[in-house]
Design a protein around this ligand. Structure first.
Ligand SMILES: *Cc1c(COP(=O)(O)O)cnc(C)c1O
Length: 231
């Protein structure tokens, strides 16, 4: 079901309150956490209604769904983040329609995005997706391969390496949630010590945003808590 404008407004308020409470517990300013509304599977009208309620950053997982929505809305005030797995034959619409990409895990994909990014546009802001769950099947670069990938991506001219992203395996154990997010924060700190000018931790979803904010998330990616169950 597509949520009504009124429901979206109420849900956005609730999510901002959750972020605010977590920030208060962590001694952080609420403005230090960006709310990314994950609109995958919801129509352009739902994005339009959320934008009307003051939400400007939207996350999409699929091409062409996400690029079609960005094209249809054609609103320069909206900022589009690609947060899904990237196939090498679908990099062009990502480079064209998105301002951020959170899911870089291979140099080949990063190089294509850099080559395809229009020089007339600002550099594409990118995060490296890290596999912090330690399972072979999950996506993301293995922590031991992260430094090499960061060096390669940072050298690409049309990309700007901003930070790290992770999707840990779901668990209700808050201490385990926090341990995974703390691991990502530790990796970002190591990269900064190696000279990378990175400032972004993209972590936390509807079920675990509090743990992520406690561990330093600067972008939380929230779908269900804003738009409802996916359609
Ligand atoms: C779908 C998705 C989200 C949002 O998940 P919710 O649990 O609905 O908040 C966040 N990040 C990524 C990468 C996703 O694919």
């Amino acid at each position: 079901m597509v949520p009504s404008a009124r429901a979206l407004q109420a849900n956005l308020l609730t999510v901002h309150e959750r972020i605010g409470r977590a920030c208060a517990r962590a001694g952080r300013r609420p403005e230090s956490v960006l709310l990314l509304a994950v609109s995958k599977t919801f129509p352009a009208d739902a994005v339009r209604a959320a934008a009307g309620a003051g939400q400007h950053h939207f996350g999409e997982n699929y091409i062409p769904e996400g690029s079609d929505k960005a094209f249809e809305l054609n609103n320069p005030a909206l900022i589009w983040h690609f947060i899904g797995p990237i196939q090498s034959n679908k990099t062009h619409p990502i480079a064209q329609y998105f301002q951020w990409v959170h899911t870089i895990e291979r140099e080949k994909i990063a190089r294509r995005l850099s080559e395809q990014r229009d020089p007339g546009q600002p550099p594409l802001q990118v995060c490296l997706q890290v596999n912090v769950s330690g399972e072979g099947s999950k996506s993301g670069v293995a922590p031991e391969d992260l430094f090499a990938l960061a060096d390669e991506v940072a050298a690409l001219p049309r990309l700007r390496l901003r930070g790290l992203m992770a999707i840990p395996e779901p668990t209700h154990d808050e201490s385990l949630q926090r341990a995974r997010f703390a691991q990502l924060r530790g990796l970002l700190e190591s990269l900064r010590q190696r000279g990378h000018d990175m400032d972004t931790l993209s972590m936390g979803m509807s079920a675990d945003l509090e743990a992520a904010v406690m561990e330093g998330a600067t972008i939380v990616r929230i779908g269900t808590a804003i738009f409802g169950e996916r359609i």
